[in-house]
Write a protein that binds this ligand. Structure first.
Ligand code: SF4
Length: 645
């Protein structure tokens, strides 16, 4: 039941509808609308929310939806059909007859279907299933792909979920080939928005006649508006891969309800649209707000109620006289202590899909199961790393809440959702706050499971790691970045490799899964640095410090210290074209001239094997396809660091 505090009677009625546009995760709602809806309700404002990302996928991946895909595919000339689409049409009855059952299974509503799916005789198998064949090749002298063992070791439920996930991935590929080449489950038309200096590509895409995906989404958006009858719609755009769909939603709403006001905000807007100067964006939305949404939203609501002029909006772009204007009356942000408790009320929590991609144990947490998302604090308490957007509010403005407030929020969320799993989505949760939180959970006897991001700093002693485990911590992730003391110092990470070894081992000994974010391609990183970093990573796995990891290629953003002071990092930035729309990533020239693409593939392969306990005794040079120097790291370096700790 929705608990709405009644708005004071002297306010004109105003209902705010927050929408999650496609695409975002499908296993759990993206949290931004839950935060805003909880905040607004706590302030007595009538607020509701809808997840159109999930709704779109559920509508398309249904017997009716697949029939429409089939109609669209057969309407196109046969010569244009890809083999994948043809195979879908040939086996349409099999797809159509299984899709609703598979969705119910992945939603956890029909678990016994697992046995049928696991036989591999139930689902039509397209190209995505080919990955299974390499798993179990007995003739492979290398012992087969490690995924073979992972798959073979899965229980029947997980096997079935993995097979069902491959089946959905095949169908996503059919949507891509038959309907829209820009479609993917986790992003939609991302390239139209990511670091795009001009709005023109998006404008052209939005001017094209809607395809089946667009029109389905637009119907869902209009249904939502008809159901909720809001006066203000908030489109929260976390990633570039949700921008196109957000504007398609706005386009439909504006066409049907020209008087309805629409505001655009969220993570993508906060990072990429800070220099917005393109008036055509306001053909779709009325307001574009930057950074933490609470204060700008309160100002906007006052404005819509006639109590505040447009000139006194907070951190808001508007269009006036055909030009984009920045309106910002400096008012303090709402303290994190006072932002209220997120609410998932209105979102169909029993309809999310527990997918199983089996990438690695941490990614499994990401894509599997429904986690309540909460932040321990606003921003990062460290805010120094030179590759990070430390100049932006979401990192640079640190503001914490008391443990009492956090556990109050946790208990309220458990009471509302009935689910006790929490993902703390901080960029780096502060150890002091986590310690206080663990103590408060313990004091109240509140039993939850939780995981989140931290920095591997020495405050996390073995005793604290154990206390966190006792409070329900099951996994943590943190940045080891490039495992090199020289580069860790250059990136101002504030940790050393030895320290990371001791801290991660403390977590692992407490039974907590440890995932390391790893990086390559940082300015001035040499081939020797890369080989040494992999040797450190090998030893960290071999010594039981980390169990999971992922290598990211370094990208330079304009908001990071590297992007702002490239000369301090020995690189030269490429010149950007004039920007009227998005600005974020920026190319750079590193005089070391290392082929990081080539090395990166070797790093990924090695890491993948390490996660399955394979190749831990091998010389790290064996992973590289080219001759690389011998590691300069002593083979017992991590073992010694642990012994010395
Ligand atoms: S990388 Fe992480 S720890 Fe470093 S400043 Fe950014 S958020 Fe903080």
């Amino acid at each position: 039941m929705r608990s709405v505090t009644t708005a004071p009677t002297d306010h004109p009625p105003l209902r705010v509808l927050s929408l999650i546009p496609p695409m975002t995760q499908l296993n759990t709602p993206y949290p931004s609308t839950a935060y805003l809806t909880g905040f607004l309700r706590a302030r007595g404002i009538d607020a509701v929310q809808d997840d159109l990302a999930l709704a779109l996928v559920l509508r398309l991946l249904s017997a009716d939806g697949l029939q429409q895909v089939r109609d669209a595919a057969t309407a196109a000339p046969a010569a244009q059909r890809t083999p994948l689409v043809q195979a879908f049409l040939d086996r349409f009855d099999q797809y159509s007859g299984t899709i609703d059952r598979v969705i119910a299974f992945l939603q956890g509503r029909d678990s016994t279907l697992a046995h049928r799916i696991a036989t591999r005789a139930f689902l039509p198998e397209g190209p995505r299933f080919a990955s299974l064949d390499v798993y179990v090749d007995p003739d492979d002298e290398s012992g087969g792909d490690p995924m073979a063992w992972a798959f073979g070791a899965l229980g029947v439920q997980d096997r079935a979920r993995h097979l069902a996930t491959l089946y959905l991935n095949d169908l996503a590929d059919v949507l891509r080939d038959a309907i829209d080449p820009r479609f993917e489950f986790v992003r939609y038309a991302e390239r139209l928005a990511m670091s795009q200096p001009s709005f023109e590509p998006l404008a052209q895409a939005l001017a094209a006649p809607p395809n089946l995906i667009d029109s389905t989404l637009q119907t869902l958006a209009l249904d939502s508006v008809a159901r909720h009858r809001p006066q203000l719609v908030l489109l929260s755009v976390p990633f570039p891969g949700a921008v196109y769909a957000a504007l398609r939603i706005a386009q439909a709403i504006k066409a049907a309800h020209p008087g309805l006001r629409i505001a655009l905000g969220g993570g993508y807007v906060n990072t990429e649209l800070r220099e917005l100067a393109e008036p055509r964006v306001f053909d779709y939305v009325d307001f574009v707000t930057l950074d933490a949404g609470e204060r700008p939203l309160l100002a906007l609501i006052e404005h819509l109620r006639g109590r505040r002029s447009a000139a006194r909006l907070v951190r808001c772009f508007v269009r006036e006289d055909g030009a984009v204007r920045w309106r910002h009356l400096a008012e303090p942000d709402v303290p994190f202590e006072d932002v209220g408790t997120p609410t998932w009320d209105g979102l169909p929590l029993d309809r999310y899909l527990s997918l199983l991609d089996m990438l690695n144990p941490m990614h499994r947490l990401w894509s599997d199961g429904r986690w309540n998302k909460l932040t321990v604090a606003h921003g990062c308490y460290w805010k120094k790393c030179s590759f990070c957007d430390v100049s932006l509010d979401y990192i640079g403005r640190y503001d914490a809440a008391t443990a009492t407030t956090l556990v109050d929020r946790i208990e309220a969320i458990v009471a509302e959702t009935g689910q006790t799993g929490f993902h703390f989505v901080d960029e780096a949760a502060p150890p002091k706050s986590l310690k206080a939180l663990a103590a408060e959970l313990e004091r109240r006897g509140t039993r939850i499971s939780w995981w989140g991001n931290i920095r591997f700093e020495k405050t996390f002693t073995p005793a604290l790691c154990q206390q966190l485990a006792d409070s329900g911590c099951i996994a943590i992730s943190g940045g080891l970045e490039v495992a090199s003391d020289r580069l860790l110092a250059l990136m101002k990470k504030g940790v050393s490799v030895d320290q990371v070894a001791r801290v991660t081992r403390g977590f692992a000994d407490a039974g907590i899964l440890v995932h390391a974010y790893l990086m390559y391609g940082f300015p001035t990183q040499t081939v020797q640095d890369t080989v040494d970093a992999l040797e450190y990573v090998r030893q960290l796995f071999a010594n039981g410090c980390i169990q999971s990891g992922f290598f990211h290629r370094f990208t330079c953003t304009v908001h990071s210290p590297v992007g702002q002071h490239p000369e301090q990092y020995g690189v030269t930035l490429q010149t950007l074209p004039p920007v009227t729309f998005a600005k974020n990533d920026i190319g750079f020239l590193d005089p070391t001239g290392v082929d990081h693409d080539l090395l990166g593939r070797a790093l990924t392969k090695a890491l993948y094997n390490y996660m399955h306990g394979i190749g831990l005794d091998e010389d790290v040079r064996s992973w590289f396809p080219v001759r690389v120097p011998r590691p300069k790291v002593h083979p017992e370096r991590i073992a010694r660091a642990l012994a010395a700790g």
